[in-house]
Ligand binder design. Structure first.
Ligand SMILES: *Cc1c(COP(=O)(O)O)cnc(C)c1O
Length: 450
């Protein structure tokens, strides 16, 4: 490291003593000192509730098409949504293993079981491809928004879309969503995969006629290459995971859907019934979009926390230092090597970080070992299989009770916790091959036994 950088790092450490623990890859909880009340906080965002509703309407327009080309979505009439389930046995197990009562109800949002691509990316990723397809078809007067969009399932449209291409950089799951959806519509699609991407994801995409390019470098490099490819080609559309407002809005639609599910379960969220949501975070778009949508709906009654691996805490680093995408974990000596491939991102989205600043409650880190332990525990207690990344949220309530007392006090929550609700966002897993899942479980068993 150059001397000047060393000096900067020392200054940063002096300002933010928690950085020392972050750098030594200890698990930490960071509480956001800049969190503001709803009215003064979120209002500065360039995105609004109208934008989220527009995204929701667009997904409804596409529903007849989705139901037709992805039969697994027929049950929900072409709306891509996942179950929200109570996990009482897992709650008990957490309480025992961590010697910490969890006041309030514990639920799991099973984005692991989202149709089409089995991860949270089936929200934003698919939405952005659909939005682009709609724009092209409207522009060329092949479609009006009053049409039944199932007409897109035709050779006429597939031939039309085949004149255009789509590119994306990914650690795996975004590639799956963009690749599967784009290929289905007829686009030429290229996925630039980082070194973390699992072989089965590449194989699956190649089997669907998706062009997969592999890199030995991490996510940021894969995105950069994708951007370069797209820049040189006016018919190529680049899905920009680091900056895309469309991706973000696609994720944000989750909030109104969740609200309905909570109402169906007769769970109240209000002044006296707080909601806590724990979201695994990579570059930030997925958890950011969802947190944004939830904040618009529940305002000061929802408290969102992001979870990252101890080896890839890019969003925590960006938020804590206020440097956002101007700093990477590698620059402070953290390797960005984690088995949580969906979260293996060294530099956070600046757009998301800045949007989160006034309202994210906090971020915490979790070790890979803990992820595997929790993975095994969730299988044993609830029979639910998630991929390692998706377990990052599971430790959230424990972290909050053990280390977040200041937060609860400051926001006048301590007395309300027994009437509160905790939602762990389970972000992926359903498409992981059985054999691979067995290995994950075995790792969990090994670290549990020590
Ligand atoms: C991508 C991903 C996330 C995080 O989403 P970002 O938009 O990258 O922050 C979390 N979990 C899984 C399984 C993912 O694939």
């Amino acid at each position: 490291m150059k001397e000047i950088e060393c000096r900067n790092l020392q200054t940063l450490k002096d300002h933010y003593p928690l950085l020392n623990k972050l750098i030594s890859m200890e698990e930490i909880l960071w509480l956001n000192p800049n969190v503001k009340k709803y009215k003064t906080g979120i209002g500065n965002s360039p995105l609004t509730q109208d934008n989220v509703e527009d995204a929701e309407e667009r997904l409804k327009r596409f529903a007849p098409y989705i139901a037709r080309v992805f039969p697994e979505t027929k049950k929900l009439n072409g709306i891509i949504e996942s179950p929200l389930v109570k996990i009482p046995s897992m709650k008990q197990s957490l309480e025992q293993n961590y010697q910490q009562p969890i006041l309030g109800e514990l639920l799991l949002k099973c984005d692991s079981h989202l149709p089409i691509s089995g991860s949270i990316k089936a929200r934003g990723g698919i939405y952005e491809v659909l939005k682009h397809a709609e724009e092209l078809a409207l522009q060329h007067q092949l479609l009006t928004i009053q049409d039944d969009y199932s007409i897109l399932d035709s050779d006429r449209f597939r031939t039309f879309f085949s004149q255009y291409s789509i590119a994306v950089g990914s650690t795996g799951n975004l590639g799956l969503s963009i690749g599967i959806m784009s290929a289905k519509l007829g686009f030429n699609v290229t996925v630039h995969m980082s070194a973390d991407a699992k072989q089965w994801k590449k194989d699956l995409l190649r089997g669907k006629n998706v062009h997969v390019i592999e890199y030995e470098a991490d996510y940021s490099k894969a995105v950069e290459e994708g951007r370069i490819q797209a820049d040189g080609d006016p018919t190529c559309y680049f899905v920009d995971d680091e900056n895309s407002h469309d991706l973000f809005l696609g994720y944000a639609v989750a909030a109104s859907r969740l609200k309905k599910q909570l109402e169906e379960l007769e769970i109240t969220i209000d002044e006296n019934h707080p909601l806590f949501v724990y979201l695994p975070c990579g570059v930030g778009g997925g958890p950011g979009g969802i947190a944004f949508g939830l904040k618009l709906l529940y305002q000061d009654h929802v408290h969102c926390f992001f979870a990252e691996p101890t080896h890839s805490p890019c969003m925590l680093l960006g938020l804590m230092t206020g440097l956002h995408d101007k700093i990477s974990v590698q620059e402070i000596g953290i390797d960005n090597e984690t088995d949580a491939d969906g979260l293996a991102v060294g530099r956070a989205s600046g757009f998301v970080g800045k949007t989160m600043e006034p309202f994210i409650s906090g971020n915490y880190t979790i070790s890979d070992e803990q992820l595997y332990k929790l993975l095994k525990e969730l299988v044993d207690t609830e029979g639910i299989h998630l991929e390692p990344s998706a377990l990052a949220g599971m430790i959230g309530p424990i972290k909050l009770y053990k280390e977040g007392a200041d937060y609860l006090l400051k926001h006048n929550l301590t007395e309300k916790m027994s009437k509160g609700t905790h939602i762990v966002w389970g972000t992926g897993g359903n498409m992981v091959p059985k054999e691979m899942m067995k290995q994950y479980y075995q790792k969990g068993l090994n670290v549990t036994r020590g």
